[in-house]
Design a protein around this ligand. Structure first.
Ligand code: TYD
Ligand code: MG
Length: 459
């Protein structure tokens, strides 16, 4: 049979297609990201089940809203508490979940543990591995104490053959390690290219929905910090989980950046041990473990990560600069936000920071991405600048505006209670949020309206 083949140039960053090669993707602006790919046209008349990835499409009819089953009871526990939490309370059958992260961060470890727990509950779990041999996985499994009788390993990268196996053995959950190694015969591009990754993900999505089983796709993150063809993939899957932070820490942070079945931004915290990843029940305690007390430049702030309050230490170092352009760097916090907060300190509080290098770091490798952390950052910078420590039993939070005002934050009560639970004696927070909070047991609540007021209270 003659097949029509067409050459297209596909941006490996966003999946944009062009008929000609271009140096810069007109869609996402990435340079040198267009790669020639050949799409083989699918056979026009689908031959039976093979055409739909081996599965017959379910017949679909409109359903009356009231008759739709609620999903809440349908969730299945993965057996790993923090993994359940980051998914929004367990695994939703029929969902397609993408797990991304740097090489060696623990993706395979986590999913093997989940596979073990799931199969321990009686589900038949198929672990498709294109990265490692059965022996390698077995070795890791032995370290992790995997004893699953219902766990099957399939070292295969051909999508059609994987689907044949699924058809044959009808697993209750599928793990694909990794999506970049799997390829479909229908597409001529190399494994890992956007066309392939997209096709494979699309097929697994259909499979998950048709069979009503969860499918986990492990994806590598490139140097630039994105899964190959991230935009192309992220809108296909139901849930995107990312391993955050660094390999050098002995804890691992998994964050849901997208979740059709739960809160986005939800956080799961694990400790990497000799026996794999162990859930950390109280992340605040862990993040504050190594906090120096009575030292200038260290402030504890109360953040919301998804639905959970987390206390983190923000560190700042202000030092006289030897350069014409002072260095301003931030780890775990948006750098341009730091520039804004420095300008507020300069203009509204009168701290002369122009000639100083400023370094800001969120201790523990957490990435804080909410304005409520502003006041913590401002306080840490001011503390280092003035060389005055902030009382070790004080926590702060609040958004800082351009006029130096402190604006209200969401979930103020939840944050304050977390501080109280961890033994803090005073919390400095937006005045507009303090209503009803004055009588928190053992915690003095101080409402402030401006950065100046906050700094007066702290120093
Ligand atoms: P891995 O799951 O292979 O990473 P990924 O699949 O994301 O590439 O994790 C490998 C790292 O985890 C490796 O550096 C060793 C470490 N590790 C432990 O510390 N303890 C363990 O029990 C296991 C299995 C791995
Ligand atoms: Mg791996």
């Amino acid at each position: 049979m003659a097949r029509a083949t067409a050459t297209v140039y596909v941006c490996q960053n966003c999946g944009h297609q062009e008929s000609k090669w271009l140096g810069k993707c007109p869609d996402c602006g990435e340079w040198n990201s267009l790669v020639e790919e050949r799409a083989r046209a699918a056979p026009s008349a689908p031959k039976g089940m093979a055409a739909r990835g081996g599965f017959r499409l379910r017949e679909v009819r409109p359903v009356q809203f009231g008759e739709i089953e609620s999903q809440t009871e349908a969730r299945v526990s993965s057996g790993v508490t923090e993994f359940d939490r980051v998914l929004g309370g367990g695994i939703v059958p029929g969902s397609l979940i993408l797990i991304g992260g740097d090489p060696g961060i623990g993706k395979s470890t986590l999913l093997l543990q989940v596979a073990d727990k799931l199969s321990g509950q009686g589900a038949r779990v198929l672990y498709v591995s294109g990265e490692e041999s059965e022996r390698q996985i077995k070795m890791r499994g032995e370290r992790l104490g995997v004893e699953a009788a219902n766990l099957y390993l399939l070292p295969e990268t051909n999508l059609e053959r994987i689907f044949n196996e699924i058809e044959r053995s009808e697993p209750g959950a599928i793990i694909v390690d990794s999506i970049q190694t799997v390829f479909s015969e229908k597409i001529e591009s190399a494994p890992g290219s956007v066309s392939q990754v997209r096709e494979v993900a699309g097929q697994f999505l259909m499979l998950a929905k048709n069979r009503d089983i969860p499918v986990f796709l492990i994806g590598h993150v490139t140097k630039e910090g994105s899964i190959a063809g991230p935009k192309a993939l992220e809108h296909i899957v139901d849930t995107v989980l990312y391993f955050e932070g660094e390999r050098h820490h002995n804890h691992r942070i998994v964050r849901a950046t997208k979740n059709r079945f739960g809160a986005a931004n939800e956080l799961g915290v694990f400790e990497m041990t000799g026996e794999g990843l162990v859930p950390v029940a109280n992340p605040s305690e862990m993040f504050l473990q190594e906090r120096p007390q009575g030292v200038a430049g260290s402030v504890v702030t109360a953040c919301m990560e998804g639905t959970r309050p987390v206390l983190v230490e923000i560190q700042a170092l202000v030092a006289g600069s030897k350069y014409n352009y002072p260095v301003r760097t931030a780890q775990g916090f948006n750098a341009s936000r730091i520039a804004l907060l420095l300008a507020v300190l300069e203009k509204r509080v009168g701290l002369h920071l122009l000639g100083d290098d400023v370094f800001v770091n969120v201790a523990g490798g957490l990435e804080v991405d909410e304005p409520a952390a502003d006041l913590g950052v401002v306080a840490a910078i001011a503390s280092s600048f003035r060389n005055l420590p902030v009382d070790a039993h004080t926590a702060v939070f609040g958004e800082v505006g351009l006029t130096g005002e402190v604006r209200g934050s969401t979930q103020a009560q939840v944050r304050a209670r977390e501080a109280q639970a961890l033994g803090f004696k005073r919390i400095v927070m937006p005045a507009s949020n303090t209503a009803g909070l004055e009588r928190l047991l053992g915690l003095r609540v101080v409402g402030v309206r401006s950065v100046e007021e906050a700094l007066d209270e702290l120093f």
